[in-house]
Design a protein around this ligand. Sequence first.
Ligand SMILES: *Cc1c(COP(=O)(O)O)cnc(C)c1O
Length: 371
Amino acid sequence: MSANHYLLLTPGPLTTSKTVKEAMLLDSCTWDDDYNLGVVQSIRQQLTSLATTTSGYTTVLLQGSGSFAVEAVLGSTMRQHDKVLIISNGAYGVRMAEMAQRMDIAHHVYDCGETSLPDAAVIEQLLQDDEQITHIAMVHCETTTGILNPVEAVGRLAKQYRKRYILDAMSSFGGIPMDIAELNVDFMISSANKCIQGVPGFAFVIARVDQLLVCKKYSRSLSLDLYEQWECMEKYHGKWRFTSPTHTVLAFAQALKELEQEGGITARYQRYSQNQRQLVTGMRQLGFETLLKDDWQSPIITAFYSPKAADYHFKQFYERLKAQGFVIYPGKVSQSDCFRIGNIGEVYQQDIAALLVAIKQAIYWENKESV
Ligand SMILES: *Cc1c(COP(=O)(O)O)cnc(C)c1O
């Protein structure tokens, strides 16, 4: 492995295939049919059909990282007097609340703590107590810890109480099977550089058409206007309103092809799950403990408690693993000292096995130096 070629064990950008990177060796014209009709429209259709088998859904692509699309959804789907219930158990839930605050959107945050699951009974009570709530927003896999939130239960409540349901499935879509129609999701958000295994540069929203249609002129922002972005793509057959991230889009089209070749989302879910189980088994053998119990854990990213040794420093541990070709992720949990290891992207059994050997060496190194 060359000095600047690492396996990224992070939740995105992640390790992509050589062929995905090679797809970018082409310059496209943003108004040409080959690009718009050929590539962009096909991506939109494929994403919609990966998200649901029910008709009545559409995909909007949007420049920027995932947060841009979250902000676009919050800012473009709510009227002045609407109110959103934000269910939060991590940094991405907190970010949604910050966005709502910046945009002056009425919101209530149900914060259940970073290492707890939201309670459906509490959510139901909140909906009964506050009739002003029109929308519910939740993160599917909260990447802060890797916890998997109860999407079905919240979807049932959204339907029962007739609320619009916004799901940040950024780090799960493409890696965990789901049908957003069955989940009653109105707006689902994800991005190019997570489980579809593309490169960063744009995000996407898969929306119920009838719910998107009512959002005309709602947006608080020009460039993050979800409705207008969609209208332009529909009217002009795949044209982006402003400069499109052409190279990223070509890489994404290749990534979708490779997802299909792998056997679709179910096969990818199996690979990620196997990676994650292998990682946790190996880490436990080395004496590490996971932050979450196994049945709350997603197959995307795992948080481990930092070793208790007095001479342990994340930065040193990180550098030793990086010297062996592996990049891990710092912790983000405010209450506990953790680090995180993602296993999405072009990561396979043999990579996890090699990582475990490298981690063993990195801790042995720690011990040797402390003697
Ligand atoms: C990655 C991620 C985002 C978006 O983060 P960006 O840095 O803006 O791409 C949002 N929500 C979740 C759950 C994520 O994992």
